[in-house]
Design a protein around this ligand. Structure first.
Ligand code: SAH
Length: 261
């Protein structure tokens, strides 16, 4: 009997934000193929003998997507039920789309299990609603991984700025200087609030806040590293109004201590 592949979102990192279904499928799976994004607390709770890491390898290189695709098919054909565990939601910048097509082409039955995406949860746990009746009637989810100076860049930052809505950038720590410059050049107010939420919902979550003008310096001073979400827009200013009562920071040794002092 051929097994089934489950493309499962793990949520942003807090094990309590796994769905009930994700938890059950992980428990029942023969093999869990994962990268590092689900976070250590979730991964360590999975018995080692059924975990297979298809993320960054020991030599620092990424496991090629072709290998992961092949491995899912191979295991299912051997009769294993496979959980392909992904950070956040499987189809938000998670290659879930490509993996679905690959499974279908190889006639492997699969099920998609949505997860809580960091694109919404990251800002939210920092006190930032991605939409807001007064400030933002739309939100754009964007990859920061592209070089905005490249001619073939698929992202029109000026058009995003013109929406007047919130811009949420994933994979956007490294290229922060490029796209904040692109947004300023397109006429976005340099005072627009910007927040970086690092390792959202994990015990070591940190939040750093600035403006379109200052956020690169803030990133450098605080040493913000991936994985982090960048939120650009007036909604990022809401954090200031609520943070004194926000209990989403799970430890108090992050930036909050200094931020609130
Ligand atoms: N499918 C994932 C996104 C994968 S792309 C999701 O829906 O959340 C990888 C990017 O996701 C990271 O570079 C970072 O921008 C973001 N990300 C994922 N988990 C995160 C977390 N716990 N905190 C902050 N950013 C996170």
């Amino acid at each position: 009997m051929t097994g089934t592949v489950y493309l499962v979102g793990s949520g942003p990192g807090d094990p309590e934000l796994l769905t009930v279904k994700a938890k059950r499928l992980i428990d029942e799976a023969d093999v869990v193929l994962h990268d590092k994004l689900p976070g250590p607390e979730i991964l360590e709770a999975i018995p080692e003998e059924k975990r297979e890491d298809v993320g960054k390898r020991a030599d620092g290189e990424w496991t090629p997507q072709e290998y992961t695709n092949r491995r899912m098919v191979e295991l299912a054909e051997d009769g294993d039920d496979v959980v392909r565990l992904k950070g956040g939601d499987p189809t938000v910048f998670g290659r879930g789309g490509e993996e679905m097509v690959h499974l279908a082409e190889n006639e492997i039955a699969f099920e998609v299990v949505p997860g809580i995406t960091s694109a919404v949860a990251g800002p939210e746990v920092a006190g930032i609603p991605v939409t807001h009746r007064g400030h933002a009637s739309s939100v754009s989810f964007v990859t920061g991984h592209e070089d905005p100076t490249k001619d073939e860049s698929a992202i029109d930052w000026g058009a995003l700025a013109d929406t007047g809505g919130t811009i949420v950038v994933l994979m956007g720590v490294g290229k922060l200087p490029d796209y904040t410059a692109a947004l300023r050049e397109s006429g976005m107010d340099p005072e627009t609030p910007v927040a970086l939420v690092e390792r959202a919902t994990r015990p070591d979550q940190r939040v750093a806040v600035g403006t379109l003008d200052t956020i690169v310096d803030v990133r450098d001073e605080e040493g913000i590293e991936p994985p982090a979400i960048t939120v650009i827009g007036d909604v990022a200013g809401e954090r200031e109004r609520v943070k004194a009562f926000l209990r989403n920071e799970r430890l108090d040794d992050g930036l909050e201590a200094t931020d609130d002092a």
